[in-house]
Design a protein around this ligand. Sequence first.
Ligand SMILES: [Zn+2]
Length: 186
Amino acid sequence: MTSGLMGSCQCNTRGCTPLQWIQIFLLKKIMQTDDLSMLFHLPLSPQAFQELVTMQLQLQMVPYDSNISDTWSFSWGNSQYTSRRFYQLAFKHLILPNTFKWVWKSKCTPRLKFFAWLILMDRLNTKDMLQRRNFHVQPNSHCVMCNAGVVEDLRHLFFDCPFAAACWQKLGILWGSSNDIHTLLQ
Ligand SMILES: [Zn+2]
């Protein structure tokens, strides 16, 4: 039986931890009860009851033998936990811009990768970010790299500031005009 992170369970309560026993007990009751409404002290809403009926129908399709000892496994197919596997399971549906892959797979030092990640996530402590976090920025929030009197935000500091533009020009890099950092870097 698949329940969240944990995988198969064939039930007989011997050898289970208290938490597993509680889960098994509840699942077993749900699977074997004829009147689902008797499982709860409070009356269920129509929607909650419908969800319970749906869950019971799904549970009935799972092979179940109460005489077989329990075996537990994670959804990835064995009993060994690794944070990498959990991360892949939890975030497997996440579709990220390629810019994140470029950053993490680059040969830069971890410090630079983290710095780039802060830029991509718009979490760098530029002056406008500090103001957004209610810091009292002195004497103002203007960019210190130029005298244009422009607010120091991510876009200005790394792309629009004349100083930044001159640096990129020296390197022969021409950025686009998109306001989205991921589109801009592609
Ligand atoms: Zn500037």
